[in-house]
Ligand binder design. Sequence first.
Ligand code: BGC
Length: 601
Amino acid sequence: MKFKVIMIALILGSSFIFSQKMKEDALNKKVDELLSKMTLEEKIGQMTQVDLDAIKKTPKDIAKYAIGSLLCGGDTESPDISAQGWADTYMKYQNIALKSRLGIPIIWGIDAVHGHNNVDGATIFPHNVGLGATRNPVLVEKIAAVTAAEIRGTGIQWDFAPCVAVARNERWGRTYESYGEDPELVKKLGAAYVRGMQTKDLSGETAVLASVKHFMGDGGTTNGKDQGNTEVDEATLRKIHMPGYVEAIKAGAKNIMISYNSWNGAKMHGHKYLMTDVLKGELGFKGFVVSDWAAIDQLDKDYKTAIGISINAGMDMAMIPNGVDKPNNYVQFITFLKELVNEGKVPMSRIDDAAGRILKVKLEMNLWENYGVNKKLTEAVGSPEHREVARDAVRQSLVLLKNDNNTLPLSKELKRIHVTGKSSDDIGNQCGGWTIIWQSKSGNVIKGGTTILQAIKNTVSSGTAVTTSTDGSGAGGADVCIVVVGETPYAEMFGDREDLSLAKEDVAAIEKAKASGVPVVVILLSGRPMLIENELKNSNAFVAAWLPGTEGQGVADVLFGDFKPTGKLPHSWPKSMKQIPINVGDANYDPLFPFGFGLTY
Ligand code: BGC
C-alpha cells in the first residue's frame, strides 16, 4: 500500500515537472521566434518604459519606437482619475501600441502600493507597516488579490509592489512602505503579496505582474537617508536585505525593481555583481529587472555612459520620465543604446537577453489576447466587498500600547464621547502618502471611505452624544475623550526626519484632553514609531493605528470591542532619537516597547 502511494506520488511529481518543462520550452521557443523577427530598434523599444506625461504629446511614438511599457509615476495621472477614466486612458494607449509593426502589447505599470491608490474611489488599505503589525500572510494575500482585481479593472497589468525593504532606521521617510524591521516578517508578507497579486495563473484575467522592490538594501541606508548608502558587509546585506527577494522569487515573482541606494558607495543601478551574478545567477531569477524613476541617470553625468553601465550590469528595462533638462529622454535612451550596441560597447547578447526576458513575461501573461478591460472589474473598484477586506485589515493592524484600568473597550452606551485631534475626521491623514497624489495631503483627497469620527458615530447607540473639536478642547464632562493625532502625508525623501516628536498641536491637544480630567484614549496615525513617552503618561489608553487607509470603521470595531486588538509591533519602539537605529536582536536592546509587543482585551 505504502509502496503504491509513493509510486503514485513519484509519477504525479515527475509528470508535473515534465509538463512544466514542456511549458517552459514552448515559451522559450516563442520568445526566440519573436526575437528573430525584431530589429535592434524594436528590441530596445521593448526595454523602454516611458512615463505617460513624457509621451502624451507624442503618443504615436509608442508605435514608432515599439515602446514596451508605459507607467504613471507618483504624480502622473489619467486625465480622468475615476476607474472608468483610467480604463479609457489605458485602452487609448494600448491601441496605439498594437499598431506598431509587430503589434506587441505594452505592459503598463503603476504604484498601487496600498490598494489602487491613484484611482478616485478605490479601496485604500493600510500601508505596509500596518500590514506588518497584522502578521497575517493570508490576509496580505487577499489584499493583494483585491488590489490586483481593482488594477485590472483599469486595464493596467503591472504593480510596483510589494516593497520588501527592511526598514532599519525610522528616520527613513519610506518606513511605512516596509512591512517592518525584521527580514523574516518581510519575507513572509512580501511573498504572500506576490502570490495574491499574480494569482495562481499569470495569464488570468485578474492577474497583475508584481514588482518586488527596491533591490537591494533600501531600508538599510546610513541615518535612514532616502536613496542613501547602505554601509554593511556582504553577510549582513544577505541576512537582512536579501531574504525578501529569495522568498518572492520562490513565490513566482517575475519582476524586480532596482533601488536608488548604493551599497558601500556603489550604486545598485550599475551593480553587475548583485544584479547579474547574484540575482539572475545565484538566485536563478528568470524574470526581468526594471530601473527606478530616472535612476540610471544618476550613474554618470553623461547619459550615454550611464546607460552603458546599467545595461551591461544587467538592467533589462529603463524607467524614463521626461527629465527637465532632458526633453524626450526616451528618444535619447533609444538612440544612445543603439549607438552603444553599434559601437560594440553593449553586446547584442545583452539586448537579446533583456528583450527576451521582457517578452517572456508578456507571453506568460498572455497579453496578446488578455489586454482588454473587463467592465465588471471596473465596476467593482471600491466595492463594499473590497472595502470589507480593508476594514478587516485595519482591525488586525491596530497595536494596543497601553490600556490602564481597562479603559478599552468602550461601551456603545456611554452618555457622551468627545472626539478630538487634527486627524479625527481626516481621510487624507488616515491614508498617508501615495494616495491620489504622490505626496498626498490632509483632508478630502479621495472619494469614499470612513473617517474615524464618522466610524465612531456609526458605532455608538442612538442615546450616545458624540461631541467634537480638533484642538483637544471641550472634553470636560464627557465619559471619555478620544484624541486622534499623528503625521501628515509624505512620500519618499520628503518624509526623512531627524526628529520624530509629535507635532506641537498634537502634544497640546493631548495635554488639553488630559487637563479636562476625563479618561483619554490616544489614537496615533503614523508611518512609523514616534517619540511618545510624555503622551503615554497623559493618556489612559494608547493605540498605534499606523496609516489605516479609507476604512476607519475598522478602528471603531476595535475601540468598541466588536473585535479584540491582535496587532503586534513590526518595529522596536524607540524612547528617543538617540536610540535610533534600534532593532530586535541588537546588543543592549532597551526599547520603549519591544518588537512584537501588543496588548489585547
Ligand atoms: C520610487 C518607486 C516607484 C517609482 C515609480 C520612484 O520614485 O522610488 O518606488 O515605483 O518612483 O513611481
